[in-house]
Design a protein around this ligand. Structure first.
Ligand code: FAD
Length: 362
C-alpha cells in the first residue's frame, strides 16, 4: 500500500528482536519509517524477569534443530557481530563444544563461518562424550548491548513508550490505519489477545554470573550429557573484564523465575569440573539469575500480512478506538526465538525488513 512520507511503524516489544528490527529498518531504508516502540519492559530494565533478553549468555553457537532459514539468520548475525567487535560490543571468543553423537563433525554447516574451526582429537574429548570441535565465535553482554541498541535508536528518532498492551486490537489502534505493526512480544505472544499462540512456551534458564578472569573460552556440554533439564556451559563476556556466565538449566514449560539453591550448587560443580580455573582464589560470585527463553513449537514465527485487526474484543472494549471496528495494518510477527534470539537477531530482523518493504509495495 504505497503512501507519501515515512510509513508509521509500531513495534510491540523492546527485547533484542524488537530493537534489532527497528535498527535494521532505519539503517537499511533511511527516512522510510517513523518508528515507535511500545513495550512493558524497556532495554534498561535489566532486572526484569518478565522478558528474556537481559538473561542471555549471550554467544553464537548453533544448536541442534537449526534449519535453512535459521542458518541464514545466524550467518547474517555472526557477520554483523564481527563488525561490532572492534567497538567492544562483541568479543571474539575461543570455543570448545562437545557432542554425544558419532556424526562427521568435520562437515558441520558453520565450519567455514566461524574462525579457526577444527575437530578435536579424541584425546581432547571428556570421557563419555563422542566428539568435539574448537572454533572462534563471539559473545556479548546483554546488559551493555541492549542499552547500546536503545541509544542508537533514540539518536535516530525512535520513540519509546512504556505500556502493557492487552490485545492485538489495542496495538493496532496505537498503530493507526495502514501502518505497520510488528509483534515482537516474545513469550507475551502466548497471552496477547488476538494472537494467543499456544505453541509459545518458556524454557527456563538458571545461570550464575561470576568474576573469573582465568576463564577465557566458551565450553559447552551437549544437552542430554547430564540429568534432564541440565545444560552445562561457560560464556566469558567482553566486559566488564573477567565477567563470565555459568549455565545452567534448559527446562521446557517451567515458568518458575525464582533461583533454586540446589540447582546453583550443581551449576558451580559441573562448570568447575569442566574448567578447574573456576576454583582460582580470585573467582567471586556476582549474581544468580533466572530467565525464560521464549520458545515456540515449530520454531520462530516470522511472517507478514495485511490484516483487519478487530479493535475491540469481548474481553477488552476499547474506548479510545474512535469508532472504528477494525484497524487495517501490515501485521508482522517476529517471536518464538527460544534459546537463539541473539544469534538469530540480525538475520531475522533483515527478513522482517524485507517482508515489510515488499508488502508495502503491493
Ligand atoms: P524478549 O526479550 O522476551 O522481549 C519481549 C518484549 O515484548 C519485552 O519488551 C516485553 O516487555 C514486551 N512485551 C511482551 N508482552 C507485552 C505486552 N502484552 N505489552 C507490551 N509489551 C509486551 N540467545 C542467544 O542467541 N544466545 C545465547 O547465548 C542465549 N543464552 C540465553 C541464556 C538464557 C539463560 C536465556 C534465558 C536466554 C538465552 N538466549 C540466548 C535467548 C535469548 O535471550 C532470547 O531468544 C531473546 O532474548 C528473545 O528476545 P525477544 O525480543 O524475542 O523477546
Amino acid at each position: 500500500m504505497p503512501q507519501d512520507g515515512p510509513v508509521e511503524v509500531v513495534i510491540l516489544g523492546a527485547g533484542v528482536i524488537g530493537l534489532t528490527v527497528a535498527y535494521t529498518l532505519l539503517t537499511t531504508s533511511p527516512n522510510a519509517y517513523k518508528i515507535k516502540i511500545v513495550a512493558r519492559d524497556m532495554p534498561d530494565d535489566l532486572s526484569s524477569q518478565a522478558f528474556a533478553s537481559p538473561w542471555a549468555g549471550a554467544n553464537w553457537s548453533p544448536m541442534r534443530g537449526s534449519n535453512d532459514r535459521t542458518r541464514v539468520w545466524e550467518r547474517a548475525t555472526i557477520n554483523k557481530m564481527w563488525e561490532l567487535t572492534p567497538q567492544g560490543l562483541a568479543m571474539e571468543l575461543p570455543s570448545r563444544v562437545f557432542f554425544t553423537t558419532n556424526e562427521d563433525l568435520s562437515q558441520l554447516w558453520y565450519k567455514d563461518l566461524v574462525k579457526d574451526f577444527r575437530v578435536l582429537d579424541p584425546s581432547e574429548v571428556p570421557a563419555g562424550l563422542q566428539g568435539g570441535i574448537a572454533f572462534k565465535t563471539f559473545s556479548i553482554n546483554p546488559e551493555l548491548y541492549l542499552p547500546w541498541l536503545q541509544s542508537e535508536l533514540l539518536a535516530r528518532g525512535v520513540e519509546f513508550v512504556r505500556r502493557k498492551v492487552h490485545s492485538l486490537g489495542e496495538a493496532a489502534a496505537l498503530a493507526g490505519p495502514n501502518s505497520v505493526l510488528v509483534n515482537a512480544t516474545g513469550i507475551g505472544a502466548r497471552s496477547l489477545i488476538g494472537v494467543e499462540d499456544a505453541d509459545v512456551h518458556p524454557i527456563r534458564g538458571q545461570t550464575i554470573i561470576v568474576h573469573a578472569p582465568g576463564l577465557k573460552e566458551f565450553v559447552s556440554l551437549p544437552l542430554g550429557a547430564g540429568n534432564p533439564g541440565e545444560a552445562t556451559y561457560i560464556i566469558p563476556r567482553p566486559s566488564p573484564p573477567g565477567e563470565v556466565l555459568l549455565g545452567g538449566t534448559f527446562q521446557p514449560d517451567n515458568w518458575d523465575t525464582s533461583v533454586d539453591v540446589a540447582t546453583a550448587k550443581g551449576i558451580l560443580e559441573r562448570c568447575a569440573a569442566l574448567a578447574p580455573q573456576l576454583k582460582d582464589a580470585e573467582t567471586r560470585i556476582l549474581r544468580h539469575n533466572v530467565g525464560l527463553r521464549p520458545a515456540r513449537k515449530g520454531g520462530p514465527r516470522v511472517e507478514a500480512a495485511w490484516t483487519d485487526v478487530p479493535l475491540k474484543s469481548e474481553l477488552l472494549p476499547l474506548p479510545e478506538s474512535d469508532g472504528r471496528v477494525n484497524g487495517r495494518v501490515l501485521l508482522v510477527h517476529a517471536y518464538g526465538f527460544g534459546a537463539a534470539g541473539y544469534q538469530n537477531s540480525w538475520g531475522a530482523a533483515q527478513e522482517v525488513a524485507d517482508l515489510i518493504a515488499s508488502s508495502l509495495k503491493n
